[in-house]
Design a binder for this molecule. Structure first.
Ligand code: ZN
Ligand code: ZN
Length: 353
């Protein structure tokens, strides 16, 4: 109850602020973000309004900020790993109540009537709304999203560090649910923002985990995250020794690798699953797939139910991202830190409007 009282106080303190949101706005690609004010207009009937408490900074924010994928729309409010409290619900919204602590990830809406939405694969909806492309994201005092994509957080989850689970976490958890058994040998390529969560989830899932990293300085930490083996991703001879061993290999990196050698580590029926947005094509020799009956696949984030399931799993097994916190007012410094590659391993911005 004391949490609700605190919340009421913060609502009251907002009253002088009219209806406008405060937000960190990117006016054009690669331009420093500036604090501004946004009139959100009337709340849609299916919309939920959330007062942002924390928002993770994901590599995809950097890609949209730099327009690396050519899909960015400016001015933009980035941020898609939101944790906060519900402040208003539209007349037709279901499943969340004012005051509840919730999360919003990479997607903020979907059509709710297509084949994918109706079969529980909302994240594959042709009209899925990305939170930070043509929609106002979470580097703001408030965010809005369709009620189906506003996910209640489990009570016992460390909410201040939960932001990165809502995009990065589900991105690496979904392949385990789809393609791994707890008895499998799972490889994770890259020990970074995504990869360190993949190692933690795969270890908690019960798998034997091999982490591949180009940085020897991360070997010990990768073991600390639960990796049973750590191999240099630059050491082709060491990778070749794992020939035919891994049931699932999750690639979290966005750089070109010696893909042929990595595919060679797959056991019969093994699968290379790509979640890192590498822009160079991945060459796949047909024979290395055919003879061992191997697959190459990919996936984006996950459905609302998949996200809720991941959060329950994370709370139960105490899977938390390793984070660095910045006040949101240092957002430009935080972006530079992410870009430098020095963040260990995921940055979370704490709202300080
Ligand atoms: Zn749909
Ligand atoms: Zn993301």
């Amino acid at each position: 109850m004391s949490g609700n009282r605190d919340f009421q106080t913060s609502l009251n303190s907002r009253k002088g602020d009219a209806m406008n949101y405060r937000a960190w706005i990117t006016k054009a690609a690669k331009q420093p973000m500036e604090l501004g004010s946004v009139d959100p207009g009337p709340l849609g009937v299916d919309d939920v309004e959330v007062a942002v408490e924390h928002c993770g900074l994901c590599h995809s924010d950097l890609s949209v900020y730099s327009n690396d994928w050519g899909i960015s729309q400016f001015p933009a409010i980035l941020g898609h790993e939101v944790v906060g409290r519900v402040t208003a619900v539209g007349a037709a919204a279901r499943g969340v109540t004012v005051g509840q602590r919730v999360g919003v990830g990479w997607s903020s809406g979907s059509c709710m009537h297509c084949r994918q939405c109706l079969s529980g694969n909302h994240h594959l909806c042709p009209q899925v709304q990305f939170t930070i492309v043509g929609h106002r994201g979470g580097f703001a005092s408030h965010i809005r999203a369709h009620w189906a994509w506003v996910i209640p957080l489990p009570e016992n989850l460390n909410y201040a560090d939960a932001g990165p689970l809502l995009c990065g976490g589900i991105t690496v958890f979904a392949p385990l649910v789809m393609h791994a058994a707890s008895t499998d040998r799972v490889g994770v390529i890259g020990v970074g923002g995504l990869g360190h969560m993949a190692v933690k989830f795969a270890a908690a899932y019960g798998c034997e985990v091999t982490a591949f990293t180009s940085s020897e300085s991360k070997f010990e930490e990768a073991r600390g995250f639960g990796a049973h083996h750590v191999v240099s991703s630059k050491d082709s001879a060491a990778i070749k020794k794992l020939s035919g061993r891994l049931d699932l290999l999750i690639s979290t990196v966005n750089v070109k690798l010696d893909w042929d050698t990595f595919i060679g580590t797959l056991a019969p029926n093994g699968r290379l699953h790509v979640v890192g947005a590498v822009l160079d094509p991945i060459p796949v020799p047909a024979f290395s797939l055919i003879l061992q009956q191997r697959s190459v696949s990919g996936s984006p984030t996950g459905s609302p139910v998949a996200i809720a399931t991941m959060l329950d799993f994370a709370a139960r097994h105490n899977v938390t991202p390793q984070t660095e916190h910045f006040p949101m007012s240092q957002i430009n410094e935080a972006f530079s830190r992410l870009e430098s590659g020095k963040a260990r391993y995921r940055i979370v911005l704490d709202a300080d409007f």
